[in-house]
Design a protein around this ligand. Structure first.
Ligand code: NAD
Length: 296
């Protein structure tokens, strides 16, 4: 039974915090949105009035915030987490943020004597509710070993990706590949269609041939072959194109810092940017099929 401070009770954070409560931990949560705090209290957690109140008695702090600037402010800003902690507290940031900020915040926390891991997730809101998230963790071995039992309450697959920031590296490289493969899958189905090949026939062939990939077999952007895919539900998200764009932009920032050429990543970023400019980034990211088809 651990004292856990949880900051960021949004679409992902609230169900994650509820799973920690359900596992018997004492969870004190804070979010700028009061109704989110109230929901945690209804589920058996404790509500905090600010960040300091949420973390001052914690043995472990978990954060689930939108972007790097929120993480930097919540950890290192005035009345931030790092100034309010007990000795020996372990910090887990599960937000998806840029690698440089993740490493900077972790360094600052470490200098103050606190262990910290970056532990971004994949699995979406469904995975957060079901406690089946995949965690990609960056940080020292000891910090990972301490974080693991807490992460196992919220997730099914827990990977140690290496040193601080490497969880974010794994996350953005994976999602850059996903964005690229989704667009490639859309293009293949569209070209096949224009040349007279129906989607189901192409799926049956390619899903057992060398074109096979997750974007095709689990999340097919052409309506029909995979009944549960958003393509069969008017491309309702799922994982929005806006979120895919956020992760692709992070990949391109990281590529620039690392002076690594990622031409396909750059093109995927530009195409999802175009989808956002068309006002369609609330659709599932597989909805880029519609843009490539020319229907918006
Ligand atoms: P969200 O916007 O629903 O939640 C973020 C929460 O942080 C909000 O409730 C907001 O009020 C709170 N917040 C922001 N600044 C704060 C502050 N200073 N103090 C307290 N609370 C503050 O976002 P989400 O969908 O829960 O995503 C969280 C993170 O997880 C993001 O980095 C996202 O990229 C990542 N992620 C999301 C999904 C998904 O499917 N939603 C999947 C994988 C990863």
């Amino acid at each position: 039974m651990l004292e856990i401070g949880f900051v960021g009770l949004g679409n992902m954070g609230l169900p994650m915090a509820k799973n920690l409560v359900a596992a018997g931990h004492h969870v004190t949560g804070f979010d700028r949105v009061e109704t989110a705090v109230a929901e945690l209290v209804d589920a058996g957690g404790k509500g905090a009035v600010d960040v300091v109140d949420a973390v001052c008695n914690a043995e472990i702090v978990v954060t689930m915030l939108p972007a790097g600037r929120h993480v930097e402010e919540v950890y290192l800003g005035e009345n931030g987490i790092v100034g309010a902690l007990h000795d020996g507290c372990l910090l887990i940031d599960s937000s998806t943020i840029d690698v440089a900020t993740a490493r900077r915040v972790s360094d600052a926390a470490t200098q103050k004597g606190f262990a910290m891991v970056d532990a971004p997730v994949s699995g979406g809101v469904g995975g957060a509710m079901a406690g089946t998230l995949t965690f990609m963790v960056g940080g020292a071995d000891e910090a990972f070993a301490r974080a693991r039992p807490v992460l196992e309450v919220m997730g099914k697959n827990i990977f140690h990706a290496g040193a601080s920031g490497n969880g974010q590296v794994a996350k953005i490289c994976n999602n850059m590949l996903l964005g690229i493969s989704m667009i490639g899958t859309c293009e293949a189905f569209l070209l096949g269609e224009k040349l007279g090949l129906d989607a189901q026939t192409f799926f049956d062939i390619s899903s057992t041939a060398s074109g096979q990939c997750w974007s095709m077999t689990s999340y097919c952007p052409a309506p029909g072959p995979v009944p549960a895919s958003p393509a069969n539900n008017d491309y309702q998200a799922g994982f929005t194109a806006a979120m895919m764009l956020k992760d692709l932009v992070l990949s391109q920032e990281a590529a620039q810092t690392a002076t690594c050429e990622t031409p396909m990543g750059a093109r995927a970023t530009a195409l999802y940017q175009q989808m956002a400019e068309a006002g369609s980034d609330g659709l599932d990211f597989s909805g880029i099929m519609r843009m490539l088809r020319g229907t918006f």
